[in-house]
Design a protein around this ligand. Structure first.
Ligand SMILES: Nc1ncnc2c1ncn2[C@@H]1O[C@@H]2COP(=O)(O)O[C@H]2[C@H]1O
Length: 399
């Protein structure tokens, strides 16, 4: 007779997982149990993903490719695994292991990777992903990431790790790179081509295009950051070259900073009137690109007549706007406070700065470069243009 005890259905392996977690909990005595358990499972998922990526790629490439390329890299961490590849029974074990991967995880995307290894760090704490590539490919990645805000504050060593870990992915027009609801495997940077991003909400007749991506843009971070299903579908609108960064490297290198920047600016950006019509995801992308600057009382932020490259929003404090007439007589036009913006005219019309802005007391601003201004504030440029009409009125009053 079939047992009614639900614990009889416990999948094999589960008690071991719980026992291991239990041991770790007893050792760490965490204050926040849910967070600790969440972190534990995330870590396990990352380890599993890293191993699977490595195993899959090794099974795909020929032995010759594996042994000849990056032999140094394999010498330590992967030697025992590689040395088993020639042995049929061991290879079956590896294949068997892969077959136990949940089907969606098993659908790891193919890249034009010739060989890939996981390299132990000096302190042996984690493994680094190394995807073989040519000097020309490295140069192309370096140039692509130099256009991307998330990579801006990495030190040289971290940049090298990122370049090592990236894999080139060629996409044809019409191809779907990410499917909403799918599992997050890679974070992507666009080297060339363009892609559209669609979100389908429950009850929608069809997916809605929410944004598009051009060279220098990146996408695919959400599922990796939050261990959530893919939040959007991304389709190439032309042939594209993308650089794919695996989930483990992304989380180790970029997640913390991205997360903390988005959190840091979240509240402030919600309160900026100019950005009120933007979706919260668009505000997150703005947060990625923002830099905070602090000016002391009397310091000039922008000077009339200079060539300007930046756009500013006031985070705290006040700024005084003055404009000089033809005889160089300066009059105060207005006072800007928290949430107000300035510096847009020079970016919109490629002309020198039309006024001088000076800090009145301590002034904290966030700034966006011209490229980010164009890319991220595109949806509100009409509002900005409409607002500039006011300046013309003010400037007529002054002159
Ligand atoms: N409005 C949006 N909502 C959700 N994701 C978006 C949106 N616009 C762009 N995206 C990107 O689309 C990606 C789909 O995969 P991810 O959920 O991993 O990460 C998502 C974001 O990088």
């Amino acid at each position: 007779m079939a047992s009614n005890d639900p614990f009889d259905q416990t999948p094999s392996g589960f008690p071991d997982i719980i026992r291991d977690l239990h041991t770790k909990v007893v050792q760490a005595q965490p204050k926040d149990l849910y967070q600790f358990c969440g972190d534990y499972f995330n870590h396990k998922l990352e380890e599993q993903r890293a191993e699977l990526l490595c195993l899959e790629e090794m099974l795909e490439v020929s032995d010759e490719e594996v042994y000849t390329s990056g032999a140094e890299d394999y010498a330590t961490s992967s030697q025992h695994t590689l040395s088993t590849l020639g042995d049929d029974s061991e290879e079956e074990d590896i294949v068997g292991e892969l077959q136990h991967i949940p089907p969606a995880l098993n659908r790891v995307r193919r890249t034009s990777v010739s060989a890939e290894s996981m390299e132990p760090t000096d302190n042996g704490e984690y493994l680094k992903m190394v995807v073989e590539k040519t000097a020309a490919q490295r140069e192309r990645i370096e140039s692509s990431i130099s256009n991307n805000f998330l990579f801006k504050n990495l030190d040289e060593e971290q940049k090298k790790d990122a370049v090592d870990a990236m894999a080139e992915k060629k996409i044809f027009q019409g191809e779907e790179v990410i499917k909403q609801g799918g599992i997050g495997d890679y974070f992507y940077i666009v080297e060339s081509g363009s892609l559209d991003c669609y979100v389908e909400k429950e009850g929608d007749v069809e997916p809605l295009k929410v944004t598009d991506f051009e060279p220098g843009a990146s996408f695919g971070e959400l599922a990796l950051m939050y261990n959530a299903p893919r939040a959007a579908t991304i389709v190439a609108t032309s042939d594209c070259v993308l650089w794919a960064l695996d989930r483990v490297t992304f989380r180790r290198m970029l997640m913390e900073r991205t997360n903390s920047k988005r959190k840091m600016y979240e509240h402030f950006l919600e309160e900026v009137p100019l950005l009120a019509s933007l979706e919260s995801y668009e505000k997150h992308k703005i947060a990625d690109a923002l830099e905070t600057l602090v000016f002391e009382d009397g310091e000039v932020v922008i000077r009339q007549g200079d060539i300007g490259q930046n756009f500013y929003i006031i985070e705290a404090g006040e700024a005084i706007v003055t404009k000089a007439d033809a005889s160089n007589f300066a009059s105060q036009i207005s006072v800007l406070t928290k949430g107000d913006y300035f510096g847009e005219l020079a970016l919109l019309n490629n002309k020198p700065r039309a006024a001088t802005i000076v800090a009145s007391g301590k002034l904290k601003v966030v700034t966006l470069g011209k490229r980010a201004f164009v890319r991220l504030l595109g949806p509100v440029v009409d509002i900005i243009r409409r607002n500039t009409a006011n300046y013309r009125v003010i400037s007529r009053q002054v002159t």
